[in-house]
Design a binder for this molecule. Structure first.
Ligand code: UDP
Length: 236
């Protein structure tokens, strides 16, 4: 069975919040347990956290806020998710480092790609926060950028309540069917919205595979890393 030695895991804010505003410690603990099991099996994991459980720039912008300031609020929200995840992973005995794209020395290291790679080689989980540090981006695009810069072999995208990519949202459209495998060009042409289009085109151009799968049942992160065919494979 083929597998991946180093992966980038994208966790959306929705997952941290268990669908609500803020952080649900039970959910974060479960995710931490899975990450630790995967590291203990010999894989290297970097994580990018989303922040939609606190703020989404686009929503605040629609409600009249200055868009750039709203995006910075969004980025700061992602850091709280990093700290929650860091706490639960370290409680399980695995070392972590949080690196943020906006420097905040009291809580995290700055984003230094070569240092991140060293941490990964030493078996530490590196958690990237504050997105790209730039307004007008999303953490989807950041996931692909960080994966490329730290030489990850795949991006893993976990989803709450769905087990992969579908032709439409299966929670709204009963005729939606699951996609086993798709190319980036096809995903963009079909307007599939699991990740934003910039993320799809960046990973497509760089031939970085992406696996989209459900967080449940427990053990799926390890299964995906070990090369078991779960969810949807997106490839160049
Ligand atoms: N954000 C940004 N630049 C980045 C990453 C994130 O401005 O590089 C802001 C943006 O406002 C976004 C928010 O942070 O809405 C939270 O990130 P995202 O929506 O990607 O989180 P998720 O949907 O994964 O929870």
């Amino acid at each position: 069975m083929s597998g991946y030695k180093r992966v980038l895991l994208k966790l959306s804010g929705e997952e941290f919040g268990g669908g609500k505003v803020g952080v649900d410690p039970d959910v974060v603990q479960t995710i931490a347990r899975e990450i630790v099991a995967t590291v203990n099996a010999g894989a290297q994991i970097a994580v990018v956290t989303g922040g939609g459980n606190f703020f989404r720039g686009a929503e605040l912008r629609q409600r009249g806020m200055d868009g750039v300031r709203a995006d910075y609020m969004g980025m700061l929200g992602t850091v709280m998710n990093c700290l929650a995840l860091q706490d639960f992973i370290e409680k399980l005995g695995v070392e972590t480092r949080v690196q943020t794209a906006i420097t905040m020395g009291q809580v995290a290291e700055p984003y230094i790609p070569r240092r991140a790679v060293r941490h990964l080689e030493k078996g530490r989980v590196v958690i990237f926060g504050a997105g790209m540090g730039l307004p007008f981006f999303t953490t989807d695009t950041v996931s692909v950028q960080r994966a490329l810069e730290t030489h990850c072999e795949a991006v893993l995208v976990t989803k709450n309540g769905v087990d992969g990519m579908y032709t439409a949202d299966p929670r709204k459209d009963p005729s939606a069917t699951k996609i086993e495998e798709i190319t980036y060009d096809e995903a963009i042409a079909q307007g599939l919205k699991i990740m934003d289009q910039t993320a799809f085109s960046l990973s497509g151009e760089n031939k970085l595979p992406m696996i989209v799968f459900g967080l449940l049942p427990e053990g799926n992160i390890l299964r995906a890393v070990q090369g078991e065919r779960i969810g949807t494979l997106v490839r160049a």
